[in-house]
Design a protein around this ligand. Structure first.
Ligand code: NAI
Length: 493
């Protein structure tokens, strides 16, 4: 990306100039709830035009393993906004998740999931929830870089980047500012993952300073997730790396009791996608009874993104009034239901209430503020090579660390010496404990005997190790950046 900040406004249009968006009608209940949603949009006067894109089950089955027809990419990239109904992912191997493909290919780094309860009109175990999970969408363990390294050991790479962390954290604060939210909570496990999660937390603290009017706090993810489950009404905006955000989204949705009413947005610097949180519900497809609310709420987020704030408010208020009046689809029907309706009748009820506001539930309010989104490269920093971690596959005899340690020490020289060996991160040589379990995966840390080493010296060491019969499975260079150690110490180092 360029350094220039891009704003959501760049995809917006004035009311005189209809915006064309891409629309995917989906599978199962998708076409029914999309029709209902588009009818509400049309009745609201939203200045939109629609171009259909083909995604989903039929596309998968026609041989496109990502579930999207090649020509659809151009349509989505041209219009920059996709309203997508749920799709059915066929069972069996070889099919890739369409959502993952779309958001990674199109750089949609932010997943935004508002979670609200609508008690007492829709029953909820936590009647006062109104929080938003802002989840990083592209990094972390979801980079999908995994390897089997030895007979016993498998690895996934967790990648957290500074540009990625800055983009998502800034988005969370921008979102909070534009939506009159008072607090942003960051959740990581930086007491354990000091470099990766530590970076995310550090970036959070840096960026929070630019938003003094918004309260900023951090919670370790384990207690944070427990609190989201137990006291979800105590959170406002929560920002987290990909994996934690994924789990938090489901905990929060479950706690609200209204997962079927939730919409979600995936936002990037160029393209954004809006949808319902639920799936294609094949069990009720074609019956005309599905609740269109999740997709409609996705569409409201889309109108907000396109800066059609007043229309977003009008539709949301009409929808809230419909719930208050007890007009409910079967999935949310309960004590407060006055009339149980199907998909089309529910949409009609919302349309009939356009212009009305809820009497009891808080009315929708969208500000004109724009949410700036941007990804910026980080200025380069001086780094120095000060050693190498060499990972070995070794399972000889009874796997005594002293045996491999002594043999490796014979390869010391040419500016590098063995400092220690760990097994699953725990120091086992020198001076390990006999109780430690030893797998066949040994991390052998060679450090510079002087200030630094050259890549050629590392390669020479690997040559000596290979010559001596060691099975090197991978290496990680040890660096300092601006003189600061840039690798974790081993437990016991
Ligand atoms: P699901 O969310 O489709 O259905 C779970 C239950 O909720 C079902 O009993 C269903 O009838 C009900 N339900 C869901 N949406 C409803 C609505 N709008 N109104 C009334 N009832 C509703 O989840 P499930 O059954 O696990 O998945 C079905 C398919 O959807 C799968 O192929 C899955 O891969 C796909 N899926 C697609 C998503 C997407 O496109 N974003 C997201 C989640 C699942």
């Amino acid at each position: 990306m360029t350094d220039a900040l891009q704003t959501a406004a760049s995809t917006a249009a004035t009311s005189a100039d209809p915006t064309t968006i891409a629309v995917a009608h989906g599978d199962g209940i998708g076409p029914e709830i999309m029709e209902a949603t588009l009818r509400v949009l049309e009745a609201s006067g939203a200045p939109l035009r629609y171009e259909t894109v083909e995604v989903g089950e039929a596309v998968y089955k026609s041989g496109h393993t990502s579930g999207i027809a090649p020509e659809s990419w151009d349509t989505i990239r041209r219009h920059k906004v996709l309203l997508k109904a749920p799709i059915t992912t066929p069972q069996g191997g070889g099919y890739k998740s369409l959502n993952v493909t779309l958001r990674k290919s199109l750089g949609m780094f932010a997943n935004v999931r508002p979670v609200r309860s609508f008690a007492p009109y829709v029953a909820s175990p936590h009647p006062a929830i109104d929080l938003v999970i802002v989840r990083e969408n592209e990094e972390d363990t979801y980079a999908g870089i995994e390897h089997r390294q030895t007979t016993e050991v498998f690895q996934t790479l967790k990648l957290i980047t500074r540009p990625g962390s800055e983009a998502i954290v800034r988005y969370a604060f921008e979102y909070a500012r534009a939506h009159d939210r008072k607090r942003v909570t960051c959740m990581t496990k930086d007491n354990i993952m000091k470099l990766t999660d530590g970076l995310f937390h550090k970036v959070f603290d840096e960026i929070a300073a630019d938003y003094p009017e918004i309260e900023a706090d951090h919670k370790i993810i384990d207690i944070g997730a427990a609190l989201v489950g137990a006291r979800p009404d105590s959170f406002d905006v929560v920002v987290a790396p990909n994996l934690y955000g994924d789990i938090l989204s489901d905990i929060a949705a479950e706690a609200s009791g209204s997962v079927g009413l939730a919409g979600s947005a995936n936002v990037g610097t160029e393209v954004a996608m809006f949808e319902a949180v639920h799936g294609s519900a094949p069990d009720i497809a074609g019956q005309g009874i599905a609740n269109p609310s999740g997709l409609l709420r996705g569409a409201i987020m889309m109108l907000d993104h396109l800066n059609h704030d007043r229309i977003a408010e009008t539709i949301e208020n009409a929808w809230l009034k419909t719930l208050e009046d007890g007009i409910h689809t079967g999935d949310v029907a309960g004590e407060k239901t006055t009339e149980k309706v199907g998909t089309a009748a529910f949409a009609d009820a919302v349309i009939a209430r356009l212009g009305e506001t809820p009497a009891d539930l808080p009315a929708a309010h969208y500000t004109d503020a724009e949410v700036s989104v941007g990804v910026h490269p980080t200025p380069r920093v001086a780094k120095q090579l000060v050693g190498v971690d060499v990972f070995l596959d070794w399972a000889e005899g009874d796997r005594q660390p002293d045996t491999i340690g002594t043999a490796l020490q014979e390869q010391d020289g040419d500016g590098l010496r063995l400092k220690l060996i760990t097994n699953r991160g725990v120091k086992v040589f020198p001076d390990g404990l006999p109780e430690t379990f030893w797998t066949d995966h040994w991390r052998c840390r060679f450090v510079a005997t002087g200030d630094a080493v050259t890549p050629a010296q590392v390669v020479a060491l690997l040559g000596r190790l290979a010559e001596a019969g060691f099975d090197v499975i991978k290496t990680e260079n040890l660096y300092t950046f601006d003189g600061e150690r840039a690798y974790s110490l081993a437990q016991g180092e």
